[in-house]
Design a protein around this ligand. Structure first.
Ligand code: S3P
Length: 181
């Protein structure tokens, strides 16, 4: 049974943005700061599928992953009192963005391609950025170009390239405080 407390009635903080922009790290900091629950959508999807994200992509295909992502987004957006770290492709379905916007504060984290590739170097958990540094850069640039209009359409954007996770969390917290007053 979920307990009803002041914290779980508060609007959500939803972090959207490309892979490597710091959604999970910053999301955990914000959840601690405000005493909100932390939800990582990718962890939720992997738990439901009973396998990690790369295996979902390899065995079931990206459309299946996107359908699972849509289900999780709908359910998470129906609850309050959470900080949500979304997967980078959540913007591909406008219904996800609409549902999250109705649930609280949506903030898009951004970073330049060099910073993104540096942050995901040595990482094999992201099938869309698989490969060595050059491959990662090629894939990141191509996806960023396709998705740019979707991220740019979000009202609050923070470039995290030269900021610490704590600095980004403070910037998001200021937006959240403004919204609640
Ligand atoms: C994806 C981003 C990943 C994960 C999946 C697809 C994307 O999440 O959902 O690999 O399409 O950008 P992170 O942004 O948390 O890495």
């Amino acid at each position: 049974m979920t307990m009803t407390t002041a914290a779980n009635l508060r609007p959500n903080i939803v972090l959207i943005g490309f892979m490597g922009t710091g959604k999970t790290t910053v999301g955990r900091l914000l959840a601690g700061r405000f005493g909100l629950a932390f939800v990582d959508m990718d962890d939720e999807i992997a738990a439901r599928a009973g396998k990690p994200i790369p295996r979902i992509f390899a065995e079931d295909g990206e459309p299946h992953f996107r359908a699972m992502e849509r289900d999780v987004a709908r359910e998470v957006a129906a609850r309050r009192g959470q900080v949500v770290a979304t997967g980078g492709g959540v913007v591909l379905n406008p219904d996800n963005v609409r549902d999250f916007a109705a649930s609280g504060l949506v903030v898009c984290l951004t970073a330049d391609p060099e910073t993104i590739v540096k942050r995901v170097s040595g990482d094999s958990t992201r099938p869309l950025l698989a490969g060595d540094r050059d491959e990662k850069m090629r894939k990141a640039l191509s996806l960023l170009e396709k998705r740019k209009p979707l991220y740019d359409a979000l009202p609050h954007r923070i470039d995290t390239s030269r900021m610490s996770p704590e600095g980004v969390a403070s910037a998001v917290a200021a937006l959240y405080d403004d919204r609640s007053t």
